[in-house]
Design a protein around this ligand. Structure first.
Ligand code: SAM
Length: 329
């Protein structure tokens, strides 16, 4: 019986942020001057949390940050996560979200340790524009090498995330569509959400699902394909069957009704929604020598209180208590 919130949504996906440090300063995420703000736990502490959640019915674990590849010991942590067993006796589905800068050397060891799939952020396929977005010089070639190494290692699927910001990189829609076709990766466009550090979001900056579909269709016809109920992305293929595109549209087409996610921040707090205005301190409970049974009751209570939905763009919108880099996307 999976964890279920009070709206009847089964909660099956856990995201664990293992650091809020990042080696990129993407314009839609960070100020460029602020650094990490929260503590990091030991991998044993995250492992205990993962174990608790898997015992409660979590079947998918995504490691994120900040930039998760900055943490030494990640490969061993993945190996330990792969030893956990879900209710049907299989390991959890283990995924990673990364900016890809350090992936080229780590893709194979991570795959060997039990990582199943990877999502790499790539907001432009032009090196100069990529450097202006990430505010780091000469990263582009490293990320491309990381994506290719992930494919070679057999991580499957390799997904590429692109956040579009009007006036900045919406000219990358078609080039990234071509990239999906040429590189055999799933390219996913994400609508810009008000989760950035410098609170620069406005509805006008969001490039919507409809615009993305129209732009790609003018290049080559897109055909919608089916997706799992809890999947965030609407999925498409080009009409010749080559190149998969996903569009994640939390702003223009919210999918909160199907949300199956819960997050743990790098400092061990549970967050039930990206837009939560509070978090729940699982780490503090563990520090006070709570038993696994105590922790399980705490987790079930927290999940029951999961928010119904976000309020992006509505007059009553209250900014989340943390920004994306400090939550874990
Ligand atoms: N450092 C890793 C990376 O770059 O993928 C993992 C952490 S990053 C916060 C996770 C994802 O959140 C990335 O795909 C990033 O593009 C996305 N993201 C960050 N800020 C966002 C925002 N304001 N709106 C939408 N997506 C955002």
């Amino acid at each position: 019986m999976p964890l279920t919130d009070k709206y009847g949504r089964p909660i099956t996906d856990l995201r664990i942020s293992i650091t809020d440090r990042c080696n990129y300063k993407c314009v839609y995420c960070r100020t460029g001057t602020d650094g990490p703000a929260y503590a990091e736990l030991t991998f044993d502490e995250y492992l205990r949390m993962a174990h608790l959640f898997v015992d409660l019915g979590i079947t998918k674990i995504r490691l994120t940050g900040g930039e998760p590849l900055l943490r030494n010991g990640l490969v061993n942590f993945v190996r330990d996560l792969a030893k956990l067993r879900t209710a049907n006796g299989t390991p959890p589905d283990i995924a990673l979200t990364t900016n890809g800068h350090l992936l080229a050397d780590l893709a194979q060891p991570l795959k060997d340790a039990g990582l199943h799939r990877v999502t790499v952020s790539l907001d432009a396929v032009e090196p100069d524009l990529f450097a202006r977005i990430t505010r780091v010089p000469k990263g582009f070639d490293k990320v491309i090498a990381g994506i290719r190494a992930a494919r070679r290692a057999g991580l499957d699927p390799v997904k590429v995330n692109c956040v579009l910001l009007r006036g900045f990189n919406e000219n990358q829609i078609v080039p990234l569509g071509k990239f999906a076709r040429e590189e055999g990766v799933v390219v996913r466009f994400i609508e810009f959400m008000p989760l950035e550090e410098d609170r620069a979001w406005s509805p006008e900056k969001v490039v919507t699902l409809k615009e993305i579909v129209d732009t790609l269709s003018a290049y080559r016809q897109l055909v919608e394909i089916s997706h799992e109920r809890s999947e965030t992305a609407k999925k498409y293929r080009f009409d010749d069957g080559i190149g998969e595109i996903g569009i994640i549209a939390p702003v223009s087409m919210p999918f909160c009704g199907q949300c199956s996610r819960v997050r743990i921040t790098s400092d061990g707090k549970i967050r039930t929604c990206l837009f939560s205005v509070w978090d729940h301190d699982l780490y503090e409970l563990m520090r006070r020598d709570a038993t696994d049974a105590d922790c399980a009751v705490f987790i079930e209570d927290v999940i029951a209180k999961k928010e119904a939905r976000h309020h992006i763009g509505e007059p009553d919108f209250v900014p989340a208590s943390r920004t994306m880099v400090h939550i874990g996307g």
